[in-house]
Design a protein around this ligand. Structure first.
Ligand SMILES: [Zn+2]
Length: 78
């Protein structure tokens, strides 16, 4: 039985409810910890955006998040 651990999930996979964000997720949104959920604080690259619901129905706020070296998506050239 596989269970997804909420404290180590990729912040970018969903639109989050601001009232149910954990401290860990807030750190991810503020680019203090890796957006991919590995827990690293050595963030070296932009990780795109994570989203949180905002006020009215359907509205959302985007946060520019960052990822560590290990969680970098593989790109063509180096
Ligand atoms: Zn990482």
């Amino acid at each position: 039985m596989t269970e997804r651990n909420a404290t180590s999930a990729d912040i970018r996979v969903d639109v989050h409810d601001p009232s149910s964000l954990t401290t860990y997720q807030r750190d991810q949104l503020r680019a203090r910890t890796c957006a991919a959920g590995c827990g690293s604080r050595q963030l070296t690259h932009d990780g795109g955006y994570a989203y949180v619901r905002s006020g009215t129905e359907g509205a959302r706020l985007g946060y520019a998040v960052r990822v560590c070296h290990n969680c970098l998506p593989l790109e063509g050239s180096s």
